[in-house]
Design a binder for this molecule. Structure first.
Ligand SMILES: CC(C)(COP(=O)(O)OP(=O)(O)OC[C@H]1O[C@@H](n2cnc3c(N)ncnc32)[C@H](O)[C@@H]1OP(=O)(O)O)[C@@H](O)C(=O)NCCC(=O)NCCS
Length: 252
């Protein structure tokens, strides 16, 4: 199923989540390098397992980013569900995809982080996957593409002008991750077993999938900011996407 271009991302700053319309998807862009007050506010929302996980990071910056990501996720879910954030209980599906065990809800979510950036997607009754990647980090992109991309993706990548191949690589990578995360199966889906559109001059699109129909899914380029690439994958028809950022003091 085709979709729209990344240029439609216009991020809107709000101090609390608006209601999600029936066909709506909320996509939040979060800066994980938050102030001490925000970090402490987020850390206070974590349960014992999340605190233990934060403590396992060797670098304190990584630990703080994890706490801010989980705390912000709890804050947003709590606001959508009118539940105290620390009362939310997560559970994990077979391949690790988190979902809400308490309260029971049709609100779906998915999270991705890279460095100080996170994307968080929310929708009612739709499966979701998001991915964000920093594009300046050193990736031997041609080697990775030859090893992991499906044959038609590699052919499309190598047919691009050389100066477009790096961005084509990240379009393909983030689209694949977003779809794998939307299904919840992650890497076990088999990277070479489905095909996405690589050429960024064309709309993001799932061209073939492992099971069912590619038309079941909507794929969307996301522009998370300079030197980053992103993608969102959502089940069902064309979503009405709200591109959102939190006014930071809200979390303090
Ligand atoms: C989790 C997974 C799906 C993505 O991992 P990642 O890209 O390293 O990390 P991201 O930041 O995008 O996503 C991590 C978040 O996804 C969520 N997640 C975990 N398992 C998930 C799954 N099976 N499905 C969907 N979401 C999942 C979690 O919220 C997790 O964050 P948290 O644990 O801090 O809450 C990973 O298991 C995976 O399959 N990675 C594939 C990597 C790869 O080879 N990519 C090549 C693309 S060409």
């Amino acid at each position: 199923m085709p979709n729209s271009s990344p240029h439609s991302c216009i991020w809107r700053s709000v101090d609390r989540p608006p209601a999600i319309a029936g066909d709506g998807v909320h996509l939040w862009r979060i800066d994980l390098d938050a102030s001490d007050a925000v970090y402490e506010g987020c850390h206070a929302l974590l349960d014992d397992g999340e605190r233990a996980r934060a403590d396992r990071f060797r670098a304190s910056r990584q630990s703080q980013r994890f706490a801010v990501a989980r705390g912000t996720l709890r804050h947003l879910l709590g606001a959508y569900l009118e539940t105290e954030p620390h009362q939310l209980e997560f559970a994990y599906a077979e391949h690790g995809k988190p979902f809400l065990q308490h309260p029971k809800t049709d609100l779906h979510f998915n999270v991705s982080h890279s460095g100080n950036a996170a994307l968080m997607a929310f929708a009612r009754g739709r499966d979701l996957g998001v991915d964000v990647e920093r594009t300046q980090r050193e990736v031997g992109w041609e080697r990775v593409a030859r090893r992991f991309f499906a044959g038609p993706e590699l052919a499309e990548l190598m047919a691009l002008n050389p100066d477009q191949r790096r961005s084509g690589f990240f379009r393909c990578w983030t689209s694949k991750e977003a779809y794998m995360k939307a299904t919840g199966r992650g890497i076990t889906l088999g990277l070479g077993k489905f095909v996405v559109r690589v050429d960024r001059s064309l709309p993001a699109e799932l061209l073939s999938v492992v099971e069912g129909s590619a038309h079941h899914w909507w794929l969307q380029d996301v522009d998370p900011g300079p030197a980053m690439a992103g993608a969102l994958c959502v089940s069902g028809g064309a979503p009405n996407i709200d591109w959102l950022e939190l006014t930071v003091p809200t979390l303090g």
